[in-house]
Design a protein around this ligand. Structure first.
Ligand SMILES: C/C=C/C(=O)SCCNC(=O)CCNC(=O)[C@H](O)C(C)(C)COP(=O)(O)OP(=O)(O)OC[C@H]1O[C@@H](n2cnc3c(N)ncnc32)[C@H](O)[C@@H]1OP(=O)(O)O
Length: 662
């Protein structure tokens, strides 16, 4: 069966997920019909969309007026009318199998066989839902995360009968609405993301129940030592302790005593005003961290907590997903980063910890407790037995670059060479391409190892459509030792000293360490919507990737101090006016302007450009006399090159020179 191009979408359900999916589909240009069973529910959902679009418009995040997006949305309570012309139906009704069966058997009747049928279920098997139709091959899971307008991830899930054509059409559609799909190739409980989050919350709950940790200790350690966006108990309070409890019960898993106790006493988290922490009026206060006002752990509270025990269990779950063919390591890692805000992928984390260390932890705890939650998955055992124990061994879940200059093996950036230009993309769009220690390390490795003979210049840009880079990754700051913090500059120096010209392509935020990276580049081109700043002072910090010094040199004291002392943002026009960027151009013209610059650099004399860069960079810190001597030496060195011969001959023959770099 083939699925025609998807034009019309029907979303069944106007609740949080239903109206959120409707909104993102309409924002991407689709005509959408949102259906629910009562007018009142539809009105609430529609108002939710209008409110959210207004907020996005206020933040300048819409490409067109909100009214035009709303015009693409129809609403109805009539199921047949909603779906009869739809090319894709996304069901987002309450999580009740009987109800979903009723809906899907109606869909069988009201749609033709070419309509793709998706369910947004997070907890029911796709295979079971598809039993209600005669054509289960066209039924798949499209699992969005809450709220869909903010969360980039969508799990594309195969039921047992789902055809590749249906899954691929779903995957393609998700990409078309500017979300990131990951394939979940088997219909396993929890799919990918909830499979991993289970031990993130569950293991600390066991550890507290067994007297091995305290709640604050676990939350503080996971947040401040390991960089997770929230502590496991803080997260459970936010989502509702009963939710995790029911998931475990339904799966037939043991429930940690502390969870049982909370549910028995109806202390379910924020919504009841009391959970693992106490909340004022059921809401934690952002300003007060005192007792009674929500999570009140401090960075130092995490001392002595065994984060490896928690992470080893998550890595074991990842081994299950990969080993059973449910998902690739890349899909698992994308899933946890975009779906849970994890600072890095869990497969990647396992490879860094060492899979032998992970296995040893599981085996030791299994022996000590006899609890099957520590049972290592055979795939993990296999990887260790084969010696593929992670990054240090050159392979684990992933293969690692052996440092020979290849462009493969990076996790936080993408690098390609196109027509003699090294194109580098910082690839952490969900974190605004914030520069983590890992990403900085990869920039350093790439620019140190790449074969410069193959390239004439390099460009650096940010993935996604919001930022070049919003600075150093703040989430890791809590656990930084002063010595680590002083180690951020090597990547910037490597870029600064790179023997080829480097161009920063800036579209969006360029802040903090992101600005410092741009300053380490030779040329900076920006779109007119970009914003620049050194906001470190607002965190009580100063720039430490060369910002204070390079800003002084590029802008002069007056302007540099304004940026560093005030920590404010300046727009692209001002940045151009101040000489912080070479050009600030309309977004529609950006690619053309970049191409003009890159063409000049690509076709210029490689040795001449290298010498010019070196003399100009080094001369800046020397006395004028020494700098002039350096310049003369450079000139003398170049005069004997074939490129100079070619340049002068091309001039005489009135043609474009073809420099070979000889
Ligand atoms: C030596 C060098 C030191 C430094 O560089 S210190 C860091 C300097 N940089 C900053 O202080 C900028 C921090 N970021 C921001 O101020 C804001 O963001 C923006 C103004 C750039 C954008 O604001 P909005 O449009 O409201 O987006 P959003 O919800 O704040 O950000 C989207 C996601 O990106 C994550 N994020 C943004 N910047 C960073 C960062 N620097 N480190 C880590 N994460 C960052 C957020 O947390 C969030 O993530 P979620 O969706 O999971 O909540």
């Amino acid at each position: 069966m083939s699925y025609e191009t998807i034009d019309r979408v029907a979303v069944l359900g106007a609740g949080n997920m239903g109206h959120g999916i409707t909104e993102v589909a309409a924002m991407a240009g689709y005509d959408v019909t949102m259906r629910d069973i009562e007018d009142e529910l539809i009105e609430e959902g529609y108002e939710g969309i209008a409110w959210s679009l207004e907020k996005l418009a206020e933040k300048d995040r819409l490409d067109e007026p909100a009214e035009e997006i709303l015009d693409r949305i129809d609403t109805t309570t009539d199921l047949e009318a909603a779906v009869e012309d739809a090319d894709l139906v996304v069901e987002a009704a309450p999580e009740n199998l009987e109800l979903k069966h009723d809906i899907f058997s109606d869909l069988e009747e009201y749609t033709d066989g070419d309509t793709l049928l998706a369910t947004n279920t997070s907890s029911l098997p796709i295979t079971d839902i598809a039993e209600a139709v005669d054509t289960p091959e066209r039924v798949l899971g499209l699992h969005f995360f809450n709220p869909p307008v903010k969360m980039d991830l969508v799990e594309v899930i195969y039921g047992e009968e789902t055809s590749d054509e249906a899954a691929e059409a779903g995957h393609e559609w998700v990409e078309s609405i500017d979300k990131t799909p990951i394939y979940v190739r088997k219909d396993v409980r929890g799919f990918v993301v909830n499979t991993i989050v289970g031990p993130f919350g569950g293991e600390p709950a066991w550890m507290v129940s067994e007297g091995d940790a305290t709640i604050r200790q676990a939350d503080a350690a996971m947040v401040h030592q390991r960089g997770y966006p929230m502590g496991p108990f803080e997260l459970a309070d936010m989502t509702g302790i009963d939710i995790g409890y029911h998931v475990r019960k339904e799966a037939g898993d043991d429930v940690p005593p502390i969870v049982e106790e909370k549910v028995e006493n109806e202390n379910l988290g924020r919504k009841t005003g009391r959970g693992y922490y106490d909340y004022e009026d059921g809401e934690t206060s952002e300003t007060s961290q005192a007792d009674g006002d929500g999570p009140d752990y401090e960075p130092g509270d995490g001392e002595g907590f065994d984060t490896l025990q928690v992470e080893a269990r998550m890595v074991n779950r990842a081994a299950y997903l990969v080993g059973e063919g449910v998902a690739t390591p890349e899909a698992v890692d994308t899933g946890v980063q975009l779906g849970l805000g994890f600072p890095e992928g869990i497969c990647r984390r396992g490879d860094k910890l060492g899979l032998d260390t992970v296995l040893e932890k599981l085996e030791t705890r299994l022996e000590e407790t006899g609890h099957d939650r520590f049972e290592p998955h055979p795939y993990l055992e296999e990887l260790v037995a084969e010696g593929t124990t992670g990054e240090d061994a050159g392979a684990g879940f992933y293969e690692y670059d052996d440092g020979d200059g290849a462009l493969e093996g990076y996790h936080y950036l993408n690098a390609t060479i196109e027509d003699r230009v090294l194109e580098v993309e910082l690839d952490r769009p969900s974190r605004m391409n914030a520069l983590s220690a890992d990403l900085l390390g990869e920039i350093d490795d790439l620019f140190s190892a790449v074969d410069t003979e193959e390239i004439r210049c390099a460009t650096i840009e940010g993935a996604g459509d919001r930022a070049f880079s919003a600075g150093a990754d703040i989430t890791g700051f809590g656990s930084l030792e002063p010595t680590d913090a002083m180690d951020v500059t090597p990547a910037f120096e490597t870029v600064n000293d790179f023997p080829r010209p480097v161009v920063a392509k800036i579209d969006g935020y360029c802040l903090g360490a992101g600005l410092e990276l741009a300053l380490a580049c030779d040329l900076r081109l920006a779109t007119d919507r970009s914003a620049f700043g050194a906001p470190e002072i607002g965190l009580g910090l100063i720039p430490s990737g060369g910002g204070t010094q390079r800003l002084m040199r590029v802008l002069g004291e007056t302007r540099a101090k304004e940026l560093v002392f005030r920590g404010n943002h300046i727009d692209a026009d001002r940045a151009e006016n101040w000489g912080l960027v070479n050009r600030a151009v309309d977004r529609d013209d950006f690619d053309d302007v970049v191409a003009e610059f890159v063409d000049d650099l690509r076709n210029g004399p490689p040795i001449g450009l290298e010498v010019a860069k070196k003399v100009m960079n080094e001369g800046e810190d020397a006395s004028l006399e020494a700098a002039l001597a350096m310049e003369s030496q450079g000139f003398g060195l170049l005069i004997g090159t074939d490129d100079v011969m070619e340049g002068t001959m091309a001039f005489a023959e009135d043609r474009e020179p073809e420099f070979e770099g000889q």
